[in-house]
Design a protein around this ligand. Sequence first.
Ligand code: HEM
Length: 125
Amino acid sequence: MLNVPSSAFPAPASQQRVALAGRSKVPLKPGRSLMDWIRLTKSGKDLAGLKGRLVEVTEEELAKHNTKDDCWICIRGLVYNVTPYMEYHPGGEDELMKAAGADGTDLFDQVTAAKWYPRFFRKLF
Ligand code: HEM
């Protein structure tokens, strides 16, 4: 058989294809790539809205920040203001909103574990 490159990319048995299976990433708007996000985090803008302070957040306070325009999420005991990140989240705004004003640790772990562990183990065993 001639070694002619297949027109299918990634090739049918490629690792890339395996890695892409079952993903639920959303298309991000122009200007909302990871690189754009990194640029924004380095811009000096006060993204958390707290001027660099750390504050204690009660569950009651956390629950008040549950809209797309004002969204806080708790992951492993730390509360993050994810409002500026909304349009940059590769899983989409709706996914992020599932944890709005609440503890998102379990949801976050479900996605992370489901995503990384199979790939990792596939390589090891
Ligand atoms: C601070 C909170 C969060 C951050 C910083 C974050 C960040 C990210 C990043 C960087 C990715 C892309 C990973 C990759 O490129 O492989 C991603 C994907 C994703 N995230 Fe999040 N995430 C957060 C919270 C959540 C929550 C709470 C959920 C679920 C309710 C969620 C659902 C998803 C989904 C479904 C994907 C797509 C996974 C895929 O199929 O590749 N994320 N997130």
